[in-house]
Design a protein around this ligand. Structure first.
Ligand code: ADP
Ligand code: MG
Length: 323
């Protein structure tokens, strides 16, 4: 990767055809792109420069993390090109046409334990690669884990290095900014006592829990149905002013839920409940989640240690068979 290539937006020299939308983030739209010269397909993250004003450092961090990892790993997206125009920044990645893990969990309800273990093993190995490369991802969640193709057994890929930081083994000071998605954020992030690579392990604990039962460890069903009820009213609202009022109520509710969730995370307060959701899950899987969700980051196991955990070991004699 040499980039950035600076190109005049209106000129015909733009080297890609930009196509269908693949997804959306806070500051970006991700679209399919075809390289004019090679005909190769990519996913193109289009970042609006105006929206990013004052936060340009975010893209700089994203690119420096991606560059460090550009040795390549089968399960980590590669940044192939970087183009700048007066309006936008364009980052070109491997095209992951299989969608987000998030959508697959939603469709399935939850994963069977054997499939979950296979996915988590792959994700853990990719995280080990990222950590060995001196990068902490900080935004691992099912929305940022993408499948390379629509196939059921497609490669899973870690994407979205938008919150990543380069962190050398020693020397780099711990991070203290509060960023991320509450449900997957480690307690030390909220405490602002300094955080680093262990936050990615905590996130994998929350993701594994989600894979196994279809909801996250610190979320609550009653709170989620309250949000769905508000959204229902939002959809039904006919007048703009009514919609705005409902959206304000929704924002307040979301804030309250996140505050409550933060308190639970700080206390490490979660359970393997309800019983009926966990009865077909092995003790080894629960032990694995428990290890990842260790409140004290200095006691939390590393990716290398967790790859040796019996739940991720190849043979699973203890697994409850598929009913
Ligand atoms: P943000 O930092 O704004 O969250 P992401 O990099 O997560 O942006 O991209 C937003 C969404 O776009 C993702 O959740 C996913 O649905 C889609 N997307 C991102 N990268 C790719 C890719 N390489 N291939 C296919 N879809 C992608
Ligand atoms: Mg994202």
């Amino acid at each position: 990767l040499k980039g950035p290539r600076v190109i005049d937006e209106v000129s015909t020299s733009f080297p890609y055809q930009i196509g269908e939308e693949l997804g959306e983030g806070t500051y970006s739209i991700v679209q399919e792109a075809v390289c004019n010269k090679t005909g190769k397909h990519y996913a193109c993250k289009v970042i609006d420069r105006e929206l990013m004003e004052g936060r340009e450092f975010m893209v700089e961090y994203e690119i420096s993390a991606l560059k460090r990892l550009s040795g390549g790993h089968r399960n980590v997206v590669t940044l192939y090109d970087y183009v700048e125009t007066s309006d936008n920044l364009y980052l070109f990645f491997d095209l992951c046409s299989g969608g987000e893990l998030f959508d697959r969990i939603c469709t399935k309800g939850h994963y069977h334990e054997l499939d979950a273990a296979k996915l988590v093993r792959t994700i853990m190995k990719a995280v080990q690669h990222i950590h060995n490369g001196g990068v902490v991802h900080r935004d691992l969640k099912p929305e940022n884990l993408l499948f390379r193709t629509p196939a059921e057994d497609a490669d899973i890929m870690i994407a979205d290095f938008g919150l990543s930081r380069v962190m050398e083994e020693d020397g780099s000071p711990l991070l203290t900014d509060v960023n991320g998605t509450t449900s997957y954020m480690a307690p030390e992030i909220f405490k602002k006592t300094g955080h680093g690579k262990p936050v990615d392990i905590w996130a994998i604990g929350a993701i594994t829990y989600y894979l196994l039962v279809g909801f996250t460890p610190f979320s609550r069903e009653d709170e989620e149905s309250e949000i769905r009820a508000i959204e229902q009213r939002e959809d039904e609202a006919v007048e703009a002013i009514e919609k705005q009022e409902i959206q304000a109520i929704k924002q307040q509710k979301i804030q309250a839920i996140e505050d409550r969730e933060e308190q639970s995370i700080l206390a490490g307060d979660y359970k393997f409940e309800p019983e009926e959701d966990w009865e077909n899950v092995s003790q080894a899987a629960k032990d694995f989640v428990t290890a990842c969700l260790t409140v004290d980051p200095t006691q939390r196991p590393t990716a290398a240690e967790l790859l040796k955990h019996r739940w991720l070991a190849d043979e699973k004699p203890y697994c409850v068979p598929d009913p």
